[in-house]
Design a protein around this ligand. Structure first.
Ligand SMILES: [Zn+2]
Length: 425
């Protein structure tokens, strides 16, 4: 199936597209200033982008004495990207346009106990329906950014985890979804994507160093500094959910002991709720591991409504989370911590309060600068939006760029997102 996937485009074209997107309207002379490229290069790149239908001229700037400068803007509806956040309990699908604006979204159930192929067929059906209902021409879709938990092998597009189910381990989810949809697919970590999504929608100071702690069924993290995403060696970085709080703690599915996730994550909180007499019945828990987010939301709602037992459980979870946030700030000297994902949606304010108090009390650099804890502006959608943004940005980097050691980066992996992000103004 043919798609709008662009021919391999020099990096300069991506830089120029990004600058036009951020400025909304900008002249060629301003592009020269902002990019550091020569006037001749800008002229050629802009001509290419206009020929490709991605950019158009849009009136003139106010005269400053000389000839009035022609302004350029993106043709926002020329291209679209899809973002899919997927785990066992949840799946959010978004469409954004070339200008990075949200066009449509939907939320469906997660993988549950389905096989990988069955799940990806379900996702593909919902992507099709969303594109249809939003009136988006499929030939203008650049690709799908599929984001999920780690560990992942971005080189060959596989999850290396026993979750959602053991048969997902090593399954070629990128190749399978590409085959089902006929669209290019990019895989990335949900927490990294959420950190990028938050930057994109303007939820953080672009100059800051911040961490995004992402909690859905599990807990992950991403760090952005000066607009660049910290990737580590293989994009399996900042896995704060699997940083140990107790070497004598329970054995975790990752092989470590006493991981944050096993104290503060939704399954752990639900397990504790089952030990409180009468609480599971009072909150009308439903059975099954696929009900994790639903049951956790019930505890969160009860906590916010003042149920003492539920409040104790959420505050305990927040205390552990605060402890890990201190570790993150000590490692990365953060200016801010952003909380994103479905599991912060209801009781996020309880987490913010607990984490802010602990960072003010014991953050390592507290006498130098404060660390601000906030809730994500896009909440549950942050990871899916980040996935769509990653595809948009992958337009800038040749798809099969290879590292000096010969390993494929695929598009959208470390090299592509090492470029500083430029948020829309
Ligand atoms: Zn672990």
């Amino acid at each position: 199936m043919s798609t709008a996937a662009a021919p391999q485009r020099p990096l300069t074209h991506g830089v120029v597209l990004d600058l036009i997107r951020a400025a909304r309207r900008i002249s060629r002379v301003e592009l020269v200033d902002a990019s550091g490229l020569t006037g001749a290069t800008i002229t050629n790149v802009v001509r290419d982008l206009i020929d490709e239908g991605l950019v158009e001229e849009a009136g003139h700037a106010e005269s400053t004495g000389g000839k009035r400068r022609t302004l350029l803007r993106l043709r926002a509806r020329a291209r679209f990207t899809v973002g899919v956040q997927l785990d066992r309990s949840s799946c959010t699908i978004v469409i954004i346009d070339l200008a990075g604006q949200l066009v449509a979204r939907t939320a469906i159930g997660g993988a549950g106990y389905r096989s990988p192929h069955e799940t990806l067929c379900m996702v593909a059906d919902h992507v099709d329906s969303l594109l249809d209902s939003a009136g988006v021409d499929r030939h203008r879709v650049l690709g799908i950014g599929l984001v999920s938990h780690g560990p992942q092998n971005l080189d060959d597009g596989r999850l290396l985890s026993l979750s959602p189910m053991p048969q997902w381990h090593g399954f070629p989810i990128v190749a399978d979804l590409e085959q089902i949809t006929g669209l290019p697919v990019l895989l990335d970590n949900d927490a990294t994507a959420a950190a990028i999504g938050e930057f994109w929608i303007g939820g953080v100071d672009p100059a800051s160093t911040y961490a995004c702690i992402y909690m859905a069924s599990g807990i992950g993290g991403g760090v952005v500094s000066g607009g660049g995403v910290y990737r580590g060696g293989t994009s399996n970085s900042v896995e704060i959910g699997h940083v140990s709080l107790d070497i004598n703690g329970p054995e975790c599915s990752c092989g470590n002991r006493g991981c944050l996730e096993d104290y503060a994550g939704p399954p752990a909180v639900i397990a504790k709720a089952h030990t409180v007499p009468g609480l599971a019945e009072r909150l009308r828990f439903t059975a099954g591991e696929t009900e994790t987010l639903t049951n956790f939301a019930r505890i969160a709602r009860a906590a916010v409504a003042g149920d003492a037992d539920a409040l104790t459980l959420i505050r305990d979870s927040a205390r552990y989370m605060a402890h890990s946030a201190i570790s993150l700030t000590s490692l990365f000297d953060l200016d801010a911590v952003v909380l994103a994902g479905q599991s912060f949606a209801t009781a996020g304010s309880i987490y913010v309060e607990a984490m802010q108090a602990e960072l003010d009390r014991a953050g390592f650099a507290r006498d130098v600068h404060p660390v601000r804890v906030t809730l994500s502006k896009s909440g549950a959608d942050a990871a899916a939006i980040g996935g769509a943004v990653l595809v948009l940005r992958s337009e800038y980097t040749p798809r099969d760029l290879r590292r000096p050691d010969g390993r494929s980066l695929r598009y959208g992996s470390s090299r592509a997102t090492a470029l500083p992000l430029t948020a829309p103004s």
